[in-house]
Every structure is written in structure tokens, then in C-alpha cells.
Design a binder for this molecule. Sequence first.
Ligand code: MN
Length: 492
Amino acid sequence: MKQYEFWLMAGTQTLYGDEVIRQVEEDAQAVCTALDEDPQVVGRVVFKGAVTDSDTIERLILAANADPDCAGIITWMHTFSPSKMWIHGLTKLQKPMLHFNTQFFRDIPWDTIDMDYMNLHQSAHGDREHGFIGARLRIPRKVIAGHWGDEKIRGRIGAWVRAAIGVYESRRLKVCRFGDNMRDVAVTEGDKVEAEIKLGWSVNGYGIGDLIALVDEVTEFDVNRTMEGYRERYTIATDNMDSVRYQARLEVALRHFLEAGGFGAYTDTFQDLQQIRQLPGLATQNLMKDGYGFGAEGDWKVAALTRVMKLMARGLPGGTAFMEDYSYHMDPENEGILGAHMLEVDPDIASDKPRIEVHPLGIGDRESPARLCFSTGEGEAITASLVDMGGRMRMIVNEVRACAPFEDMPKLPVARVMWKPYPDLSTSAEAWIQAGGAHHTVLSYQLTSAHLRDFCQILGIEFVLINRDTKLDAFMRDLMVSDMVWRLNPYA
Ligand code: MN
């Protein structure tokens, strides 16, 4: 993920003389190198110099805006840096901003500290001056305070860096919709203009006929090559090779369409398939495994969010997948939620080698589709949902403990996962439902709520969290206050 750059700017001023500025440069370069070399901080951290005046700061920020590789800026005030000289730059900033309140030396040198030392190492008050101008300008920014040598602090910077990468990818995402939403469904609807303004998502519809034309053109050579890929990745556990080959044909056509249009995510709907003989199952699952976002029933919000979260999470252990809450297990001794979909569960979260199976679909009027069936692993995870509240987007995140299904389900021929939501099933479900969270979610073993909180903060999206500390009374009050704030907030 070294293609994403983060520009570190060290604030200072000319008052102290050249020697101090030279020392600031040297120290900031050391901090930059420590961040850049930490594997927790993906992307490149590039030092852009000690800045001492308004013109330099403005030029640098305009350059960051214009640079296609720059995914964010990091500011740190090594000395005092009078913050009125940051106004011309910061008012024009369009990239995510992290204000890193650190200090070159961790400890006070008790025996040697003198006024020269105090002049040089002034982060404790220089960063407060910088904090004021950020607050005064209402700039959405992350603030992290702590010593740069601390691995935990660098880990928090790493989480923000991933969020900023999510924003970078969000702002260039194109989503293809084959057909419209499943008829009469509310939560999958939303304002696509608002989504493009706030999240950068370009969401557009295409007739299913455009895809059908491509399906008809797929050659046997391409089908055979795709089948080879299936044999490498999966176990074929069916005799109905005609169904599997048809999914391969669908995949070739879908991939061709998505690549030609530069799409990172797509939706389809079982209500608009026309001459397509099977709902894409295996085809979509294999595309998700390759990183495409997908939303069923026309759900473009979950398709886009899946794509963005996959890109944010690259390289982390676990997986990230389009998911749907299906059934509860309400045994008070062992409660949980069974997640699955009628077909399209992402093998990114498989804990065993997925099997290709063919079974009838209980919905729609099509041939029995081939799909991947697999189990999933245990671990801390999150479920995330994005809904349109009318005038603003709201993201709801629940921290959960994912686990294998409590028992075998021999008659359920889909991939499945279970999770125990925090703080408990009743509180989680009540809070989720009060907040309007969807049944479609993105389940991630890779990301935490901290990643998505930062992502929402950068983009100006409302963020609602359900976790171990959630108490329903306080949660309801927060929703009410938040609703009021978002109606008043001129920056939303
Ligand atoms: Mn669904």
C-alpha cells in the first residue's frame, strides 16, 4: 500500500534562528522515518519540511490537494508556530488531516533542561495553539497525542492512515447497478447525489440487457480458463457442471463489464434478470474474493461500503464481507445471530476450503445456481451499515464476537457465520433497530470501529457505535441529541 502518501509538516517559526529550524528539520525527519518504517502505518510517510510562514504553508497544502498520490497530511508543532499563519493553508485543505501532538524527547532531561531546550521542545504548547486554529476553523481532523516512539501510538496513527486510505478510495469509487432496487424495499434506497457529494461514490444504473449481450459473447476458452481458477481455489462438490460453467460464463461477462467501466463495486437484483438463467452466485462470490464490492437486491450503499472497507483492510489478517442478519438463536445461555445470504456470501471470510455446490434457490423462478459453501472462523469483528436518514448518511457499527455456527446445519446449503453481538443480543438488536441499521451489513474481522469512526469523521458522516459499553437509555438520548445536531450543523 505504498502508493498512498502522507505528508508530514513540522510547524515552527523564524523567531528562534536558523539553528533551531535546522534541528526541527532533523528531528521531524527522524519522526517521519519512524512512522514510515512501522509496518502498522501502511502507505508512505513523507517529510515535507519545517514550515515557518503563511505562504509556504499555503503552497504546501495546495500541492497536497493537487497531488494524486497524497492521501492525507500530518501536522506536528515541534516549537511554537503562530497559528494565524496556518489560516490561508488550512481553509483550503481538501485532504484528511491528522494533528500529531508528540514531542521529540519522551522525558524531561531534569539535570540539563534550560531555556534553549524549552524553546526547541515546545509541542506541549505549540500543538495547543495549532489545536485552536483547527477547532476555530471547524476542520474535521484526528488528534493523536503521545510519544512517537510508542508502538501503541504508532498503531493508532496506522488506524487513521487506513481510514484516510478508505476516504481516498471512496472518492474515486464507481458503482455499477444492474437493474434497480428490490421492489418496495426501503433501507436499500438512498440519495445517490448526497452519496457522491459526501462519500465520492459515483453510482449509476445499467440495463441488464447490456450484461446479457456480454454473456452471449463469452467464449468457451474464457469459460474453461475461469473453471481452472475455480478448481485451484475451491472444491467442486457437484455433478451439475452445466450450472458451474454457467456461473463461470456470468463471471467472465461481469468482470469484463466492471473492468471496462472502471467499477469497483456492483449490484444486481433477482427481480431483474431477464434472460439470465441463474442469479449470479459463485460468479459474484469469486469476484468478491478478488476485492469487488457487492450488494444484493440493488443495495448500492452496502456494495460501495464493502469495496471501501476491503481496500482499507488490505494486508490485515481475517476477511471483510457483504453480510446479512438472518436468524436469531435466542437461548439465554448461548445466544447469537446467524448471518448468511441466499447465495452471495464472500469467501474472503472462509475458514475452510469453499465447496462449489448447486441447489435450488427458494426465491425467484430461475435455474438452480452454483454457489460457494464454507464455514467461517472465530474472532473479534464488526458489522457496519450505512443508511440514508434523509438529509444525511448515518453509519451504524456493532462490535461482535464472530464464531462458528453452534451446530451443523445439514439442510442449509449456503455459507454462514455466527456472531455474538456486544453487549448482548437484546441490547444490540434494540439499539441497531432504534438507529435504523439495515439487514445488509459489511462484516469485517480485519477492521475495528476505530477505523470506521475516523472514516466517518473525515467525510462528515454520522457515526453510531454499539459495543460493550452500550446502555440503551444513553444510546437513545445520544440518537436524539445527534439528530438535533445534524439538523443544525451547517458543516454536515
Ligand atoms: Mn439481502
